[in-house]
Design a protein around this ligand. Structure first.
Ligand code: NAD
Length: 311
């Protein structure tokens, strides 16, 4: 099988490529290398049929040419990270909206099964005790500063869903919740690699806000096999499915844990959101996934806890 992976030079995409190659598939990556890096793919350079195409998902002809030769397409390319989104809301909206449109239209035109990466951010500012796919408060109130990302991803889901249901081409939509693992960088606001880098360098570990906000981090080593199983499961087609971890922690608790596990003597300092991200930034107080749908569909059981993820 030949797979196209957009955003395959990025964090999750490169792990997905590792799995696909290990399963014997030929992989073609389409990535503009804006946040991804060829270094994430060096281990695959000699794999049969492996190719990295440096290009933009906004390039419709290029996307169609690559998808035309594929048996399956995984769409992970997106403008991601809080800094990227808050600093360039229009750019992130364009890439995330029209890039997805290009990929999905190409997949449907060539009748190639496709997966579209969505996000827990589509749940907006929703502190529910386990966010569920059938939550009717979905898209309720994304905070202003993150609106372009959440809104574009929400529309991506709709584009994927409508095309999938009208064409009958298999379509999987995954809502990732704070996925973490090797190759993720802290450059764009991702908290775990940022804390680890700071702790290892003996620098202050900088918690934004009060640190009482809670998150549940998922390991890329759980999430990627989960999404691959969803692609093989017709009952998972044309619906959004949460994928994430199971251990909830406050950001202050995360900072403590990182300092402890790295044996660092870094101090933990608190920085106002305004100072970190600019005026008016708001964060969700809590984001915790209910992964029972994925469990029911493909037996998804995240096996890694927070200590595994940090170390
Ligand atoms: P990442 O930045 O490592 O990966 C995104 C990749 O897309 C990068 O390699 C980047 O260079 C590429 N890209 C960006 N714009 C592009 C364009 N116009 N054309 C071609 N390539 C482009 O981020 P990630 O964490 O691996 O995210 C992968 C996907 O998962 C994204 O769609 C993201 O929205 C989604 N997601 C991730 C998380 C998470 O916790 N990491 C959570 C929710 C959703």
């Amino acid at each position: 099988m030949k797979a196209v992976v957009t955003g395959g030079a990025g964090f999750i995409g490169s792990h997905l490529c590792d799995h696909l190659v290990a399963q014997g598939h030929e992989v073609v990556v389409l990535d503009d290398l804006s946040t991804g890096s060829p270094e994430n793919l060096v281990q695959l350079e000699s794999a049969p049929g492996f190719r990295l195409v440096q290009g933009d998902v906004l390039d419709r002809d290029l996307v169609h040419d690559l998808v035309a030769e594929a048996d399956t397409v995984f769409h992970l390319a997106a403008a991601v990270g809080v800094y990227n989104i808050v600093d360039n809301p229009l750019r992130s909206l364009r890439i995330n909206l029209h890039g997805t449109e290009n990929v999905v239209e190409a997949a449907v035109a060539h009748r190639v099964p496709y997966m579209v990466a969505s996000t827990s951010e589509v749940y907006g500012k929703n502190d529910a005790d386990g966010l569920r796919e059938d939550d009717d408060r979905i898209y309720g109130s994304p905070t202003k500063s993150r609106w372009s990302y959440a809104a574009a991803k929400g529309l991506d889901e709709l584009v994927a869903y409508v095309h999938g249901s009208e064409s009958g081409v298999p379509c999987v939509i995954t809502r990732f919740f704070n996925v973490v693992g090797p190759r993720q960088t802290g450059r764009y606001g991702m908290v775990v690699p940022r804390f680890v880098d700071q702790a290892l360098a003996g620098l202050p570990v900088t918690v934004y806000g009060t640190g009482t906000q809670r998150r549940c981090f998922g390991s890329v080593y759980d999430v990627v096999p989960g999404l691959l199983r969803l692609m093989d499961t017709p009952a998972a087609y044309n619906r959004a499915v949460n994928l994430g971890g199971h251990e909830e922690v406050s950001i202050k608790g995360l900072a403590d844990r990182v300092v402890e596990l790295t044996g660092s003597d870094s101090e933990i300092v608190y920085i106002d959101y305004d100072q970190a991200y600019g005026e008016g930034y708001e964060d969700m107080q809590r984001r915790y996934p209910d992964t029972s749908l994925a469990r029911g569909l493909v037996g998804y059981e995240p096996a890694r806890d927070l200590n595994d993820i940090i170390t």
